[in-house]
Design a protein around this ligand. Sequence first.
Ligand SMILES: Cc1ncc(C[n+]2csc(CCOP(=O)(O)OP(=O)(O)O)c2C)c(N)n1
Ligand SMILES: [Mg+2]
Length: 375
Amino acid sequence: MSGDVRERDLLEREPDDRVRVLDPDGTVVDSELEPDLAAETLRSMYRDMRFSRRFDERMISLQRQGRLGTYASLAGQEGSQIGSTYALADDDMLSFQYREHGAIAARGMPWEYLLYWMGHEDGNAALAEIDVFPLNISIGGHLPHAVGWAWAAKLNGDQRASVVHFGDGATSEGDFHEAMNFAGVFDAPTIFFCNNNQWAISVPRERQTASATIAEKARAYGFEGVQVDGMDPLATYVVTRAAREKALEGDGDRLRPTLIEAIQYRYGAHTTADDPSVYRDDAEVERWRERDPIDRFEAYLRTDGVLDDDRIDAIETEIEDTVATLVERAEAVEGDPTDIFEYTYAEPTPRLEEQREDLENLRDAHGDSELLEDE
Ligand SMILES: Cc1ncc(C[n+]2csc(CCOP(=O)(O)OP(=O)(O)O)c2C)c(N)n1
Ligand SMILES: [Mg+2]
């Protein structure tokens, strides 16, 4: 990176002028933008990307075996999630939708994270310890909260940014627009990070908005939007770092939010409950796989001598062990089915009370194992 001025320029590009540092075969295409990261940091980013991909495979396999609930796959989106998270401070507040396991991995995924996907609320609670808000299934619902948190941090004089991940589909929700407007007016130090993976379940990007880019929507709210190659971890890193600086140090006398549109692709199904073959072609998936973020980053790191076969073998072995330990610890926790009646209302409604009683009566009469066998 050749200095602050150049880094700031990043955010002043036209919204459709996509920032890219590495091309799909790992060659540096913009050496001025190449961040000066220590070999250890680069290897750690690579490890987290590999971990996330492996975690994903394992979670899908567990779901197929009935050992995990419905799961949202991240494969293809590692460069965006890990590159951007490495540009943050550990105590910047991170909010996400449900697919950003890579961002959680970059923060040091707690084993309890798996519990959420196994139906235990404790999985969400553990995220608070790494400054991550609970997972959000209600599309766009977390954006106003992320901005509110940013505004509070600013009023408290904290040097902490709020980073909020959401999908292309979320930009059609009112919450997105309200959050963007509020952040623009109140100078809330927010980084809006849109993981544009081309699809919102079966709705393609072209049907999501008539705007030429998602990034350009920021202009309507008085701040900058930038498109970045979301499958290039170095590009997402430099863009997020520039946005963070602007959120906390300001532009002139104002702290400014930024909207980052990271262009990427979800290789797999929307979730384990989806069949993408009914709405998209395999050829499309193959075209995006040619831009794979892990292959690209590995090629770059091998050229620089930061990685070699031995180091990669060691990383693979460590990842296998780590994933196995995470699963083992999470599976050792026994759930309580009546948990499903908790956590939505402070006071349960009469109807929920009635349903809880029905479930308890059934369990008393038959026992959990018999109830499960009957299914
Ligand atoms: C408010 C709301 N409306 C609809 C849904 C159903 N829904 C679940 S995921 C999804 C698509 C979201 O797409 P996007 O924001 O692009 O994120 P992605 O899944 O692609 O990561 C929808 C519509 C929901 N969860 N919440
Ligand atoms: Mg999407």
